[in-house]
Write a protein that binds this ligand. Structure first.
Ligand code: NAI
Length: 736
């Protein structure tokens, strides 16, 4: 379908000749109402005439188009826009095109040469565009073209005044693109080449004749069409060819060491590295630009940078002798983490738990009979194990922090986290993958309580620019994300984070100033400090825990997320959940913006012991049978650990309607433990008698064993002290 500008009002400055005239004719031919502006000056800005603009208006009208003339200088920006409003009632598109030349070699450039060029090109573009801005903003549509020049981009002999003004225009456009985007105002820049009176002095006549303005105009029209979403682009265009430009930057080099002055000698000695465009990056915005600066700061502070500034920290792939593939399987560190109820509660508050929800109290009050630690607290001991700098010391790799992005996280729990103690984390490099543009390092962290494995974390860290070493692209070790089913979610929870969410979350051990210090965040290109990805992760996990597992931490098996975008403290998180068996797929969005922040995410739960109608035992069957069957499976898996921990034999008498209906023995004393249906042949340390119903109440956490005992619902014979260990068996192992 052909592109129409029907109903749109376009102002083209300097449209009395050359490129501007061509734009005006082309817009009019596509249905636009055009304001043809031209001061009618000579190429150096001298003289004044209405003839040039009038002639183009006549041409347009002769073809049946709509146009009016305006003879003001672009320095009277308001008057140009007023002409559009007077004639057509609105302004949709501004093409800043008017221009003159006053070429001189640099020492001969007079103040007037400098000022005139800057006034017409740069200041004129500013004044005309500013006059149009609020009209565009109100109507939520605007398209702006700025005209730069190859002389500005690359420099050109005799054009110091012109090239500086032209690159100034690009800077103006870059910022307008950022300020305009939320109002649907797009601003793009072109550096055209065409035969015109401006170029006839510098180009041979046949070239002037063959480089036609009509080979530039179609790009301007496309960039100004409402269908075009391009914004902030820079294009070279001429002879029917169009190319887009962007910035490229070397990986650079930190040449400073902590507590030592930075020296020109260190700059000299690292010069090749500073200027080496191998694996160059292409920063697209100020945030990406500042990443390297910020990472240099943290490298210097952590002592990572400049240990040998002359040798330098190369990229992982290019460092001499670097062998990323050899890093796989290497142990990184063993760290210990001591905590008590304080850290558990602080973490729960950090991920948004509140006493306004009565069922959150067990995570917020250490005196609560079911006081528990949130399952996702499991990332905290391993976070310090990985982010304490170990990632930078991976043997066989030479990583610069600027390259590192936390891409994905997997956490699996083997038992509920204790609410206090000392945990030991052992981190290893599970694998290093070659993704071309970068390397993915899979860091596995196993966290132990004594000898008991408590949880497993896998950090998936993307190292930009470290790929291309000929390694494999995927790994069996990787815990892969999983997309949600293609149907509406089964449940959605929307919860607002607070203004101080990041300020609170960081107290759990992530001290990166990006999450608290406005000036640091600004340097990184954010308007305000951003929330920790692992904080959103904590929110999403507990939404699942509440929605699908009754806030029961023992039902939480594993979680996987991919971090897609940042969240600003105070924004609302929208967790969408899909239940597929025991897997709950999740997707987390910022409600206000619709940005998806966690993707490919899921939580795996252990099955529920709740007697659902289909799981109710057949006539005569007992609900407790299911629980004992599960206890038997767990004993098979981890029996020897349980034997060490419990060291006792438990007998059970399950009653139904006042009669003994089943007998069980849980032997956690001998060998690697066993479950026996029926009485035990040997010594039983303690025997419990309880009804099938009350047993289920205890197992599902509705009835505390102590209360059941005092209410006479649970009868105990033998070593009554051992009933304390019941909790270990029932709470941690009986929940299906
Ligand atoms: P041109 O000289 O044919 O057209 C420029 C027009 O602007 C003239 O009609 C002139 O009267 C008008 N003008 C000058 N000062 C004005 C003012 N203060 N207010 C209103 N109108 C004014 O030149 P051409 O080649 O069509 O250039 C158009 C734009 O493209 C200029 O900004 C120029 O710097 C730029 N450009 C052109 C290149 C080319 O190869 N033609 C190369 C790179 C940039």
């Amino acid at each position: 379908m052909s592109l129409s500008f029907e109903g749109k009002v376009v102002l083209v400055t300097g449209a009395g000749g050359g490129l501007g005239r061509e734009y005006a004719l082309a817009f009019a031919a596509k249905g636009a109402s055009v304001v043809v502006n031209d001061l009618g000056v000579d190429t150096a800005g001298g003289g004044k005439s209405s003839a040039a603009a009038d002639k183009v208006v006549e041409e347009i009208r002769a073809k049946g188009g709509k146009a009016v003339a305006n003879y003001d200088s672009v320095e009277d920006g308001e008057k140009l826009i007023q002409s559009a409003l007077d004639a057509f009632g609105r302004i949709d598109i501004v093409v800043n095109n008017a221009g003159i030349l006053r070429d001189r070699s640099f020492p001969r450039t007079s103040d007037l040469d400098w000022d005139l060029i800057h006034r017409i090109h740069l200041r004129g573009s500013f004044l005309v565009t500013r006059a149009a801005w609020n009209h565009m903003k109100k109507q939520k549509f605007g398209r702006i073209i700025m005209t730069a020049s190859a002389a500005g981009i690359y420099g050109n002999f005799g054009q110091a005044n012109y090239s500086s003004a032209k690159l100034g225009i690009l800077g103006l456009a870059n910022t307008l693109a950022i300020e305009g985007i939320k109002h649907n105002i797009h601003c793009n820049t072109i550096a055209p080449v065409a035969g015109s009176r401006l170029t006839e002095t510098v180009m041979p006549p046949d070239l002037v004749a063959s480089l036609k303005p009509e080979h530039v105009a179609p790009l301007v029209l496309w960039l100004c069409h409402e269908q075009c979403q391009e914004n902030g682009g820079l294009f070279e265009v001429g002879a029917g060819w169009i190319g887009k430009l962007r910035w490229e930057r070397t990986r650079g080099q930190v040449v400073r060491q902590k507590n030592k002055p930075m020296t020109p000698e260190a700059v000299r000695d690292n010069w090749d590295k500073i200027c080496d465009f191998a694996n160059a990056t292409k920063p697209a915005n100020i945030a990406e630009s500042l990443e390297s600066i910020l990472s240099a700061l943290s490298q210097v502070e952590s002592g990572e940078a400049g240990a040998n500034p002359t040798a330098g920290l190369g990229s992982a792939a290019s460092g001499s002798g670097a062998n990323p593939a050899a890093a796989a399987g290497q142990t990184l560190s063993t760290t210990s983490f001591t905590y008590d109820h304080l850290q558990c509660i602080l973490y729960a508050l950090g991920v948004g738990m509140s006493t306004k929800d009565p069922d959150h109290l067990k995570f917020l009050y250490e005196g609560h009979p079911d006081f528990s630690c949130l399952p996702t607290f499991g990332v905290i001991p391993s976070f310090s194990a990985i982010m304490g700098g170990q990632i930078l010391q991976i043997p066989g790799m030479d990583i610069n922090l600027a390259q590192v992005l936390h891409g994905e996280q997997y956490l699996e729990l083997f038992r509920p986290l204790p609410t206090s103690g000392t945990l030991t984390s052992v981190s290893t490099v599970a694998d290093v993958l070659d993704k071309g543009s970068g390397a993915v390092i899979l860091c596995d962290v196993k966290t132990y309580n004594g000898e008991e494995l408590v949880c497993f974390n896998q950090f998936s860290v993307f190292v930009v620019g470290a790929g291309g070493f000929g390694g494999k692209r995927s790994s069996e070790q990787a815990k892969a994300p999983a997309p949600p089913p293609k149907r509406a979610p089964d449940a959605v929870v929307i919860e607002s984070t607070t203004r101080d969410q990041a300020a609170l979350y960081r107290l759990s051990g992530d001290w990166n100033p990006l999450h608290i210090d406005p000036s640091f965040a600004a340097m990184a290109g954010f308007k305000t400090p951003i929330l920790h990805g692992l904080c959103s992760f904590g929110f999403a996990a507990r939404h699942v825990l509440k929605q699908f597992a009754d806030n029961d931490p023992s039902r939480f098996k594993a979680i996987k997320v991919r971090f897609a975008k940042p969240v600003i403290p105070g924004q609302s998180l929208q967790t969408e959940m899909w239940k597929e068996g025991n897997r709950i797929h999740i997707q987390c969005k910022v409600k206000e913006t619709g940005d998806v922040v966690l993707t490919g995410a899921y939580v795996d739960l252990h099955g529920s012991t709740k007697a659902s109608p289909e799981s109710l035992p057949q006539e005569g069957g007992l609900s407790s049978d299911l629980v004992f069957a599960e206890i038997g499976r767990r004993i098979k898996d981890v029996g020897s650990e349980l034997v060490k921990k419990v060291n006792a034999v438990f007998g059970w008498e399950i009653t139904k309607n006042g009669k003994t209906a089943a007998q069980w023995t849980i032997d956690l004393k001998n060998g690697s433990g066993s479950l026996i249906k029926g009485p035990h042949g040997g010594k039983v340390d303690v025997t419990f008698a309880v009804s099938d119903e009350d047993f289920m109440e205890v197992v599902t956490g509705k009835l505390q064993p102590q209360k059941a005992f005092f209410a006479g619902k649970l009868k105990v014979k033998g070593n009554i002290m051992l009933s304390q260990k019941l909790e270990v068996i029932l709470k941690d192992y009986a929940k299906l």
